[in-house]
Design a protein around this ligand. Structure first.
Ligand SMILES: NC(=O)c1ccc[n+]([C@@H]2O[C@H](COP(=O)([O-])OP(=O)(O)OC[C@H]3O[C@@H](n4cnc5c(N)ncnc54)[C@H](OP(=O)(O)O)[C@@H]3O)[C@@H](O)[C@H]2O)c1
Length: 282
């Protein structure tokens, strides 16, 4: 079998490719992106640009299964269009089974909402792919570790509410994706790939304080204050909008989902947020 990973040169893509090569049992592994040379010989590299659909049809030719990892392009509507084009290209290239990395809590949405991309991609996949599997990822534990790192100076972690989130580490998501790509029985499945427990903002602050030995508190603030803080950090407007949307989705419990899917697919228990923080913060 030939397995493709589209979006292969990024952090998640490289981790999936490494897992596939490690446990691939002789299957061919093909990494696709605009800069496949970044795979450095880990797997066969092919050029494919989500903004140039014809390049994707060529890149997906001869592949039995393809994992689509959306780009991190935050311009309104762009990622949804990219994923729709990539799914059409895979169908035109004759890919038999498409796997999609989507997000926990995905539901109907329209631009400029960031989560529109996942809704558009899931709907296109379900409507048109001959066989499909969706991996709805929780929020990256590594992204929370970065947020904690940045808040150590003030000693305050902020949120718009209690924010229960079942953070997943990038490596556990990669192992779950590789496990699904390499095994059978996933046609028509929507998995929630998450960490072992949902933790609140207060839990995160407590863990950060214990691990660093520094005072860290969690504070619930207003959207106006959150926007003010992000603007002060000179972040580009699309990042500010993305952060505000993510915090609202935390409050709406979009990421408050715990399942056994990560362990079932990866064949090992996912790491707890505390373990990821311990490796990063200390
Ligand atoms: N829930 C969360 O916590 C969270 C947070 C951040 C990201 N995400 C999601 O996680 C996934 C990957 O994250 P990551 O950390 O691996 O990101 P990353 O390291 O920035 O990788 C992005 C990948 O997308 C590829 N890409 C970008 N634009 C492309 C284009 N026009 N055509 C083809 N490929 C393109 C890049 O390769 P080239 O540059 O070589 O083309 C790269 O392989 C994304 O689906 C993102 O939406 C989720």
């Amino acid at each position: 079998m030939k397995i493709g990973v589209s979006g292969a040169s990024g952090q998640l893509g490289r981790a999936v490719v490494a897992e596939l090569v490690r446990r691939g049992a002789g299957h061919g592994v093909v990494g696709i992106s605009r800069t496949p040379e970044r795979l450095q010989g880990q797997a066969e590299g092919r050029h494919g640009d989500f903004d140039a659909p014809q390049s994707l049809v060529r890149a997906y030719e001869g592949l039995d299964r393809v994992l689509l990892i959306p780009s991190v392009d935050l311009r309104p509507g762009v990622r949804g269009r990219q994923m729709k084009d990539a799914i059409d290209a895979a169908n035109n290239a004759g890919v038999k089974h498409l796997f999609l990395v989507s997000a926990a809590g995905t539901r109907q949405a329209a631009p400029p909402e960031m989560r529109e991309a996942y809704w558009t991609a899931e709907q296109q996949l379900i409507r048109t792919a001959p066989t499909w599997t969706i991996l709805r990822m929780n929020y990256y534990a590594e992204a929370m570790a970065q947020e904690i790192q940045m808040s150590l100076g003030t000693g305050v972690l902020t949120g718009l509410g209690e924010e229960r989130v079942a953070y997943v580490s990038r490596d556990d998501l990669a192992a779950a994706a590789a496990g699904a790509l390499l095994s059978e029985g996933h046609a028509g499945a929507i998995y929630n790939v998450c960490g072992p427990a949902a933790v609140t903002g207060a839990d995160r602050a407590r863990m950060a304080a214990e691990l660093t030995g520094k005072p860290v508190q969690f504070a619930v603030i207003t959207e106006a204050l959150l926007r003010g803080g992000l603007a002060q950090a000179n972040l580009p407007p699309e990042i500010v909008e993305a952060m505000v949307e993510i915090k609202h989705s935390f409050v709406a419990s979009a990421f408050d989902i715990v399942s056994g899917d990560a362990e079932r697919l990866a064949g090992r228990k996912p790491r707890a947020l505390r373990d990821v923080l311990a490796a990063t913060l200390t």
